[in-house]
Design a protein around this ligand. Structure first.
Ligand SMILES: [Zn+2]
Length: 468
């Protein structure tokens, strides 16, 4: 287990007091943050063996790696609580469609055309983008088949993830390549949970992932509820994203979507719902009273013309909200900086400029995500004893200047971009340093993803995007 010292950075702790330390040293010991040592008032730093100022009492010869973070911003890694790694391969293949057409005409046939290899490279492509953009943890929803290979990519890459195979045993226009029996869906989910939940010291976890009420039988959803309760794993699903979806649930089940989840026993602190755009007041109260978690995906909601979720109102009444990019074909990026910026901006025309301040948004993208994952004791802030999921930003650039007399949180949310992330560390392992990936060959990932897409397009019968 190696020791890493991050020296002299400006540290956005995201701790209880929201402290920002002007200059501090962070010592990582193995997977964990061992200490956070602020530079004392007026200290110029004593000379150490490396000839640079040393603000820490850490004995430098005990350390395996020293990262000089002077004039850089050090903060907890971002957490995106709704992505689909299996869809990264289909970036740009389903533009300008609304949700149900997007699913039925493009995404379902394409997901159904995946093979084991294409799932692996799709996941790797997504993870590469995420790590380069400072996202250290995700809640991921895979497709019906080959989810084991997505877990292999998560395992190989070093990212922290809670993931699960999507479950689809019901619904119109589901291609035969994705339709599964209730029994197969449950059995495969359970086998994947047994294999991957709490893998690598808890870095990798399982979540049951019914796609949405529209594509699941009551029998499946009730069994998911019971299995999740027995095993303590999360349930992650989409809910109330699109008006058409609500109408289908109403016609089929005779009630609104969130009410239906409530009747099935599928609301609660261990349930993470993506979107939640079309809710009535009663449904908002059901989410609050049950402690159900909501994920805001502003880019996806705009691009699919789904609508704008009432996030400020949800926060006001005490609903827990975190952030996610959703899948690459409905975004088309997995860039947390774009999601933060949009989350801060899209509510302002309706509610005024003070709706969704930068601090609220940054919290959603760090601690909020940790809470959605149920691991807020382990990640989401820089504090001794927490897992070392840390990123370093270089904001000494024209687009983020001037640097004086400007609120740092505002700079991160409104000015910074994913290209400003210099270093990404997950579980004490450096996955990118000085913009160089350490565990992944980006060239290989892009090459293999291109090859895999060609195969999937051929199998799916979908014309390439440009030929539609
Ligand atoms: Zn989604």
């Amino acid at each position: 287990m190696s020791k890493i010292l991050i020296r002299g950075g400006q540290v956005v702790t995201m701790n209880e007091k929201q402290e920002i330390l002007e200059h501090a040293d962070i010592l990582i010991d193995g997977r964990v943050i061992a200490s956070v040592t602020p530079m004392s008032e007026g200290s110029g730093g004593s000379k150490d063996m490396s000839g640079e100022g040393c603000e820490s009492s850490t004995r430098l010869h005990d350390v395996d790696m020293i990262i000089n973070a002077r004039d850089k911003v050090v903060m907890p890694g971002f957490i995106q609580s709704h992505v689909h790694l299996c869809q990264t391969l289909f970036r740009g293949q389903a533009d300008d469609l609304e949700l149900m057409d997007w699913l039925k005409l493009r995404i379902w046939p394409l997901e159904g055309a995946h093979d084991e290899d294409s799932i692996y490279w799709s996941a790797m492509l997504g993870i590469t983008e995420l790590i380069k953009g400072g996202t250290t943890s995700i809640i991921d929803m895979e497709t019906v088949h080959h989810t084991d290979r997505a877990f292999s990519a998560i395992d190989d890459s070093g990212i922290r993830a809670t993931s699960g195979k999507v479950m689809m045993d019901y619904g119109d226009d589901v291609p035969p390549t994705l339709m599964e029996s209730t029994k197969d869906s449950l059995n495969e989910s359970e086998a994947l949970m047994n294999k991957w939940h709490m893998h690598d010291g808890g870095r990798i976890r399982y979540a049951f992932a019914p796609r949405f009420v529209v594509s699941c039988t009551d029998q499946l959803l009730v069994r998911v509820r019971d299995m999740a309760k027995a095993s303590g794993v999360l349930v992650h699903t989409h809910a109330s994203e699109n008006k058409g979806e609500i109408e289908v649930v109403m016609a089929d089940r005779g009630m609104r979507n969130i009410k239906c989840l409530k009747e099935l026993g599928l609301l609660g602190p261990g349930v993470v719902l993506a979107h939640c755009i079309w809710l009535d007041d009663e449904e908002m109260e059901l989410l609050r009273d049950s402690g159900t978690k909501v994920v805001h995906c502003p880019s996806s909601n705009l691009k699919l013309a789904s609508g704008v979720a009432k996030i400020p109102e949800m926060l006001d009444i005490g609903i827990h909200v975190s952030l996610g990019a959703d899948g690459a074909p409905c975004n088309n990026n997995l860039d947390v900086f774009q999601e933060m910026r949009l989350a801060a901006l899209i509510h302002k025309p309706r509610l005024g400029p003070t709706a969704m301040p930068a601090g609220t948004v940054l919290e959603m993208a760090t601690k909020g995500g940790a809470k959605a994952m149920g691991i807020e004791d382990e990640v989401g802030s820089i504090e001794p004893g927490k897992r070392a999921d840390i990123i370093i930003l270089d904001l000494n650039q024209a687009h983020a200047a001037p640097t004086q007399n400007v609120d740092l949180i505002s700079r991160i949310v409104y000015e910074a971009s994913s290209a400003d992330v210099e270093t990404t560390i997950v579980d004490g392992r450096v996955l990118m340093h000085q913009r160089k990936l350490t565990a992944i060959s980006e060239q290989e990932v892009v090459r293999e993803a291109n090859k895999a897409l060609e195969r999937a397009l051929r199998r799916s019968g979908c014309a390439p995007s440009g030929e539609r």
